[in-house]
Design a protein around this ligand. Sequence first.
Ligand code: SF4
Length: 652
Amino acid sequence: MVDLDVSDFFKHKLARIKPDYVFRQSQVALSQAIEKTITQQSVLIAEAGTGTGKTWAYLVPAFMSFRKTLISTGTKALQDQLFRKDVPMLKKALGLPIQVALLKGRSNYLCHFHYNRLVNDDYTQLNSKEEVEQLKEIKLFFQKTTTGDKSDCAKVPDKAPIWLKVTSTNESCLNQDCPYINECFLAQARTKAREADVVIVNHALFFADMALRKEAQIDLLPIADTVIFDEAHQLPEIATQFLGSQIALSSIEEVVKDIELYTAMYAKRVAEWSKLCGRVTHDLMDLRLTARPIDSMPGKKAILERIPDNERLIAVLEKVVQGIDELHKTLEAVNEQHLDLKEVYNRLNAYYGRLLQWIYPEKFDQDNQDSYVRWVEYGKHQLRLYRAPLSVKNVANFKREDQAWILTSATLSVNHQFTHFQAQLGLFDAECQTWESPFQYAEKAVMYVPDHLPDVKVPHYEQDFVRLLIPFIQRTPGGVLILSTTLRSVESLGVLLQEALLREGIHKRIFRQGETAHRVLIDQFQQEKNGILIGSASFWEGVDFPGDLVTLVAIDKLPFAPPDDPVLEARIEECRKKGGNPFMDIQLPMAAIALKQGAGRLIRTEQDSGVLIIGDGRLVNQRYSKLLWGSLPNFYRTRHFDTALNFWRENR
Ligand code: SF4
């Protein structure tokens, strides 16, 4: 550590570079606890209420420690914000020679090999005029970028399919055989990360790295002395996703097509490629037909054990694997003849391995054969096979003895207890502490749980809920955020609300999730200033509407995760088998965290005020209710319509 006191820094230095900075003792206390954890190389689970200033509370001791630090964020947007805004400011304030690097997953970097192949292919791989225009933009970007980070190519949307053609995957990267290895943007970003003192990554990359280390493959991230996880409440879900795997049938179809193309060009006489490829393509079609019953199952997905005639499905999959095995062996003999052959061989090899792992888990998970859930999703043009761990408590084993871990977020505890979060990640010995939000919730906001709405399950519940909202929508001085639990309710609430607004002559615009891209919808809503935004899952967290952008948040139902989610379904089953109570042990804590996130959308700054309406009576009338409302900030609480409605009269 350098000879500079954390407390002095917040008291004297920060105000000089951040004119809007407000000194808070709780921020200093949090920062000191993080500093101690870094020195002791222990684990701290730090819940820091909104407004505590947790970002600077961890950045300052991390920078002052002079130890190699990984900072992992929940989203790429937060990663960029840290790197571009907070870090330069802090470096200036501290005046320390600290190297900071930004590292994202490989799909974020333009790949020289795939880019050049696409450009040299005379546009034959492009699917539309739009892609032709986008490729022109990417060409301009390629000429001037020094990092290859696609988020700097603003004219091509982040999710545009063309990015898949000019970026690499683990399977399609040629690594040391690549002719562009010396210019490779990804390789350069990784080198910078190895050399830097502080590296800013995201949770997805962190767990992708852990998964590769587990399989004793390459390391994506440097070894660090300190790891700080921001938005740590997302870790269990992201770990589940990245410590599992998925295979899209279309990826196999695509590689088989490419094999036909490149073998015709470079290894024509070696084998009957059309026959070998044709067999795999035929078996894949057969697989799709066999999986058809899943199309009529809830959510068009099913755990393997629930798929009708799953033995036949496995038999067809085995046939697919036999065909791939034959193709794989034949291709192995020629893959060194040309880079394109090598690239398709690597891809096929990876899918082959993943399929084997999916079909024969007992051969790969010898220690614990029941520890994964396998399921299949049936889409219009797509069939996907998934595999995910039933538990991610082995995440704790990724911590090295000589490492410090800090996990922070505004939503980690359930009714002031951290046991659920600790158990999820296996961090039983961690020190857990809460730093309350400095916001005056009891004076600035009211939480209203109506006493006259019917049970959420009755058919007219949504009509009654919308009717209740109308006077609040009329009176609220700013925007309205309605949080729902499913896309179906977003749709139905939107229709009911539109009718009600027309009837009452209220001129407010409704923005519904799914109308347009997430980011665009948020921008439009913000520009409108007093619109009504209706969203489900992705709007419960990570959206920030300070001031009058949102002065009314309304939640129709408690956010219990749908039990048709295959991982949740399997975890519930597993919990029951072990004699546990899945509702109390899994579903309720998850709902409490999600509710806390949703309710947290109302007050984002010290000046904010507003009303939170939760229509679902289960928040107060069930034996488990206290676990839910006890987890929420200290809002002024009422069940009386007039008290809630008069809030604005009395407070503005
Ligand atoms: S090394 Fe991999 S990511 Fe880099 S240019 Fe080559 S193929 Fe692309």
